[in-house]
Design a protein around this ligand. Structure first.
Ligand code: MG
Length: 373
């Protein structure tokens, strides 16, 4: 099947999904939904190329899972498809929506087998209910429900997408050009995941794995006089703060690295580079909130976090309770799931010489269990 490229469209913002998790990041076992779909297609045959269209933020993370070609989506399905088509150099292109996640191998095979029959091959379902159009009943035998994936001759689809008219699928764009469209039997199981209620129909997906993912983070900052000190988002009453590109909240930085570590998302420097002026003097609380938003949208649930702050000075005992409340609020978890430990270095090393502070953090994550929705 080296004459066919697979495009999976997943750039939508899940606006109708109404939970904070993006639907492409619901897990079946240890596999996110978008990868589950790609694997179903790949199990039918080897494609010349697999292109996954998604948002920029997700692409950075998706690259950890599989070596596909990732392309940034546009404002609409058609714009996303047009971006992806720029990378297609095969005779045929099979386009599917990640949301149609329980597509079966037999339907995919039927579509591929029919590729020489027309410029676009479309899976369809017949209509079993009575249909009215503008108040008048119509012959349901003449109506069809159109599904994806659809297989097109790449050259013709590229031409069809050059129009300014907008289409909801490839077949309508190709038919608009006057090119041929052929139908094959679709799959009644290939529901499109649009709303939370649709989840009940997706029998092909297992519950997410119940494993706990653990991450570790460490950060060090030297003292700098005349700056305001923040630890865990709490202002500490001292004459010195931390030398840093951001506000220098060394505890939050270690915690962000622990969270990113648990999710396999790299480190704080990759997500919020200190070479980027956007983060100059940045409030670390904003970075932590953004990290939590990312983790949530990518299908993770925060478990507990545990931090050890090693400081000879300042004395932190009186701040610990406030720090715990601050982090619990930023993370959106209970205070009992946040532990703060403070210790000295017994006058040893740079911490002992009162040159700076080191913080170690551990964080646990689980996958969001959508089966309980
Ligand atoms: Mg830092």
């Amino acid at each position: 099947m080296s004459d066919t490229t697979l495009i999976l469209l997943g750039a939508g913002g899940s606006t109708r999904f109404k939970v904070d998790v993006k639907k492409q990041w619901l897990y079946s076992g240890d596999t996110p939904l978008w990868l589950h779909v790609a694997q179903t297609f790949a199990s039918v045959g080897a494609f010349k190329k697999i292109i996954v269209v998604s948002s920029k933020e997700e692409i950075d993370f998706m690259q950890n899972f599989a070596n596909f070609l990732y392309v940034e989506g546009g404002d609409s399905r058609q714009a996303s498809l047009t971006h992806a088509m720029e990378h297609v150099d095969s005779e045929y292109v099979l386009v599917s929506d990640i949301a149609r996640c329980c597509i079966d191998k037999e339907t995919i095979q039927r579509i591929l087998d029919a590729k020489t029959k027309a410029s676009c091959i479309v899976p369809v379902l017949s209509v079993v209910d009575t249909l009215y159009l503008e108040g008048t009943p119509i012959d349901r035998e003449k109506a069809k429900i159109i599904q994806t994936p659809q297989l097109s001759i790449a050259r013709i689809l590229k031409k069809a997408l050059k129009t300014t008219k907008s289409f909801t699928d490839e077949s309508s764009a190709i038919a608009y050009l006057g090119e041929s469209v052929a139908f094959v039997a679709g799959s009644p199981m290939a529901h499109k995941l649009t709303t939370v209620e649709d989840l009940a129909k997706l029998s092909c997906l297992k519950a997410p794995s119940s494993k706990t993912l653990t991450g570790f983070g460490v950060d060090i900052h030297p003292f700098e006089s005349g700056k305001t000190m923040f630890l865990c988002g709490v202002q500490i009453d001292t004459a010195y703060g931390f030398k840093a590109h951001s506000d220098g909240d060394v505890a939050i930085h270690a915690l962000i690295d622990a969270l990113l570590g648990a999710a396999g998302m790299g480190d704080i420097g990759e997500l919020y580079p200190d070479t980027d002026d956007t983060y100059k003097g940045a409030d670390s609380k904003v970075l932590l909130r953004d990290t939590v938003r990312k983790l949530t949208s990518f299908g993770y649930v925060l478990g507990n976090v545990d931090l050890t702050i090693m400081a000879e000075t300042p004395k932190l005992m009186s701040y610990k309770s406030h720090m715990r409340q601050s982090l619990a609020s930023l993370l959106g978890i209970g205070q009992h799931l946040v532990n703060i430990k403070a210790t000295t270095a017994e006058k040893l090393g740079f911490v002992g010489r009162k040159e700076g502070v080191v913080v170690y953090a551990v964080a646990n994550l689980t996958y969001f269990n959508w089966k309980t929705l």
